[in-house]
Design a protein around this ligand. Structure first.
Ligand SMILES: Cc1ncc(COP(=O)(O)O)c(C=O)c1O
Length: 380
């Protein structure tokens, strides 16, 4: 049997043709493909305003800047994520405050947020990890009560919805990645959604060197270049046309895994909120009640031609750059906490005990059943 991969990007002739058209047109800079993508992504997410950006990290940084979050401000987030989530907070000299995750959802535990709020807290950054929607109702209630902004990290959450509302809609700003391994791709690529016109104008200006929407060489704010290219936008635009075809299979895979593995005695599979839909980006069960380690499972699965790996086995606050936060340039002006002292026991348990199994859209039901059977054999 051929190897079953954990990454297999769904690219068709349409994407190739679209990129070729851009190159032939000689109009390589962000243009008509970006505008076409934005319209489609707005419809897909139900968002009033959408802009493309260079990548998901830029989207997060832009969101924090547009919300005026700067040196010494605190932003509550989770450590079980890609390091870009909290790094974007560091970029502006703000301080990531790590709150533990829930052992069932792997997402930030809303019950633990309030204890982390101080007079310096400005925002909450929930991360819909592996595409599992966070409890946005509970998070929004807390944010409203304490007048905090919400920046949703939706990098992994294309088509992740709660009560039929797309993630990214609940907060002030939703930030998406179209990195080349995501559910929908652009190579490098990102998008930012928001529902407030004034905030959106700020985002557009900061994205484009602080210009006015009409462009030119007057710069009203110190901004960035977080524009994309029309080659990336062309791929993203075609991916939107093919989104249903690409995502349907992922949802089928996710549902089948949950049906077959949810009550497994040795595995915790991410629990999805009632009335929510996951993006089904990553399936990463966590080992429980067993002496086995992720490496044991990964090696066994590999012997069956099934790709498997750990992802965030080092939490963000455990990364060397957080342990040595005094080396970060902003530590010259900001008093950062000692991240070596942070403890998030659930996140640490998940980090040490998870392993990823294939979820990609090229898999069949038969492939998923084979993977589940292989896990059964492993635990026997
Ligand atoms: C949870 C999360 N946040 C942020 C990012 C950053 O996105 P990008 O790689 O497009 O900069 C990623 C992904 O790669 C991610 O997985």
């Amino acid at each position: 049997m051929k190897d079953l991969p954990v990454v297999d990007v769904d690219i068709a002739q349409e994407e190739l043709d679209a990129v070729t058209d851009v190159v032939k047109s000689k109009f390589l800079i962000e243009g008509k493909n970006a505008r076409a993508f934005e319209k489609k992504f707005g419809k897909f997410t139900g968002s009033k305003y959408v802009t493309t950006v260079t990548n998901g990290t830029c989207a997060l940084h832009l969101a924090l800047t547009a919300l005026d979050i700067g040196p010494g401000d605190e932003v509550i987030t989770t450590p079980f994520t890609f390091v870009a989530s909290s790094n974007s907070i560091l970029f502006n000299g703000a301080i990531p405050i790590f709150v533990d995750v829930d052992l069932n959802s792997f997402n930030i535990d809303p019950a633990k947020i309030e204890a982390a709020i101080t007079p310096n807290t400005k925002a909450i950054m929930p991360v819909h990890i592996f595409g599992n929607p966070c409890d946005m109702k509970a998070i929004k209630d807390i944010a409203d009560a304490h007048k905090l902004h919400i920046i949703e990290d939706c990098a992994q959450a294309h088509d992740a919805r709660i009560d039929n509302q797309h993630t990214g809609i609940f907060g002030d700003i939703g930030c998406f990645s179209f990195y080349g391994t995501k559910n929908l791709v652009g190579g490098e690529g990102g998008a930012l959604i928001c529902q407030d016109e004034d905030l959106f104008d700020k985002i557009l200006s900061f994205k484009n060197h602080g210009r006015s929407p009409t462009g030119g060489y007057s710069h009203f704010k110190v901004g960035y270049n977080y524009r994309t290219t029309d080659m990336s936008a062309a791929i993203m635009n075609v991916q939107m046309d093919r989104a249903e075809e690409i995502l349907q299979r992922r949802h089928r895979n996710g549902n089948l895994y949950r049906e077959l593995l949810s009550d497994h005695p040795n595995l915790i599979v991410q629990k999805i909120l009632p009335d929510a839909q996951a993006s089904d980006y990553i399936m990463a069960p966590v080992l429980k009640d067993t002496e086995k380690t992720p490496n044991d499972v990964i090696n066994y699965l590999k012997s069956q031609n099934i790709s498997s790996r750990t992802i965030y086995s080092t939490l963000s606050y455990e990364q060397p750059c957080y342990k040595n936060i005094r080396d970060w340039i902003m530590a010259r002006v900001v008093d950062y906490p000692n991240y070596s002292k942070v403890k998030c026991p659930n996140a640490e348990y998940i980090a040490r005990n998870h392993f990823e199994i294939p979820m990609v859209s090229s898999l069949t039901d038969e492939n998923i059943r084979f993977i589940v059977d292989s896990l059964e054999k492993f635990f026997k």
